[in-house]
Design a protein around this ligand. Sequence first.
Ligand code: CA
Length: 226
Amino acid sequence: MKLLVVEDEIQLADALSEILRRNMYSVDTVYDGIQGLDNALTGVYNCIVLDIMLPGMNGLDVLRNLRAEKISTPVLLLTARSEIDDKINGLDCGADDYLTKPFVTGELLARIRALTRRKGEVRDDNRFEFNGVLLHKNTCSISCGENDVKLSLKEYQIMELLIANPRQILTKERIIEKIWGYESDVDYNNIEVYISFLRKKLSIISAPVQIKTARRMGYSIDSIEK
Ligand code: CA
């Protein structure tokens, strides 16, 4: 899951991003509205945490522009003020939820979980499953039957992306965009290294699934035929 945090109070922005990363999200952090809109327009995020009072362009204008461009990424507005007007304005502009500062971390995380849960889908948000292989967010691990093994954060994120899109080819570009960010300079070789670690770990837990390579394209997860 990839999040964008747009907040000009640098300490708050960085603390928030750090908390989100510890909760297994990959996070891009920007400190003004123009950069925020620029990032948001890429459409690669699962949720955007957007402050209202921002330099460059305020959060409500960022939101209006985003919705005008038909980008429907869920947006959680942050506001320092608790005035009813701001909330109504925000929701009118296309926000999905709002949180008044100061807020407690638990509430922020719960709201992000609610906003990123796919519509109509009821599932344990902390668990992904494919063909008997379970991916556990809480413990950052993968298991099959009695066997389990820990994953690094990047391994976890790549595995989550694969399992969320079973049997579909994910290009290396898309994996980089989703996990490292739009402007990252991560090399394709890095992905190959992570995939090889993941293959080893799948074999350690005797998982009946494999990560297939689609030559010159990317990877997909599939069951192993018996
Ligand atoms: Ca602000």
